[in-house]
Design a protein around this ligand. Structure first.
Ligand code: IPE
Ligand code: MG
Length: 225
């Protein structure tokens, strides 16, 4: 979700106003995904690199996160949303960590849509964390393979993403789900996150549907299957 700051700047508003609008857009996009029967949505809300932003902005983002959890978990629960927050949560304050734990606990049996918020997340962190935890469980083993490592990744409860969308014009992964995006279709749009509405989402989905996913096979092989 990129482009909140620029959205605000265009309107001569402070960056935090862009984040507030970005939060409104999150709410709206979740509703649209529910409507479109999308079963997994994963949002990159805060990267491990975002701590480098001005302290004022970081603390406003944390405040927004707390506010979002306080006000949205009930609605999510009513809508059948199962919430997960993944990332290194140890750096967040206790209030936020408690709210995350409560939200996850409360919505854990919901099955309509699995919503993952990546917070203080980094793809490299995820892989290293998985390797280290695997190591702890398998002290005598010498080598780990893909199948053995997969359950240790932070999103082991979800299938790998089909479609990756980055708003805001940059064409980078920026340390998002590095392992899990191996076969994802990548979609980049100049639309700023607060402007990413239903119509824009449908364009991304339409582009995804037109692509041929071969997973290393040839087109002819796909026809035979
Ligand atoms: C949102 O957009 C990203 C978050 C960390 C929430 P930005 O804050 O990166 O917006 P731009 O890139 O400055 O426009
Ligand atoms: Mg940005």
């Amino acid at each position: 979700m990129d482009g909140n700051g620029r959205w605000a700047k265009k309107r001569l508003l402070p960056r935090v106003a862009g984040h507030a609008q970005g939060f409104e857009r999150v709410r709206n996009i979740i509703e649209i995904c529910l409507d479109r029967s999308i079963e997994y949505v994963t949002l990159f809300a805060f990267s491990s690199e975002n701590w480098r932003r001005p302290q004022e902005e970081v603390s406003r983002l944390m405040g927004l996160f707390v506010m979002a959890l306080e006000s949205e978990v009930s609605r999510m629960h009513r809508n059948g949303v199962c919430l997960h927050v993944v990332g290194d949560l140890s750096r967040f304050d206790e209030r936020l960590r408690d709210l995350i734990a409560e939200g996850e606990q409360r919505t854990r049996n919901n099955q309509r849509l699995t919503l993952t918020i990546c917070a203080n997340y980094g793809g490299r962190w995820d892989i290293l964390n998985a390797v280290n935890n695997w190591r702890r469980d398998n002290p005598a083993a010498v080598e780990v393979d893909e199948q053995a490592l997969a359950p240790y990744l932070s999103m082991s409860y979800a299938p790998e993403p089909d479609l990756f969308i980055r708003t805001g014009g940059e064409q980078r992964i920026s340390n998002f789900l590095l392992w899990q995006l191996a076969y994802a279709e990548l979609y980049f749009t100049d639309t700023l996150w607060p402007d990413f509405d239903a119509e824009k989402l449908d364009l991304a989905i339409a582009s995804f549907r037109k692509r041929e996913r071969r997973f290393g096979r040839t087109s002819e092989q796909l026809l035979e299957r």
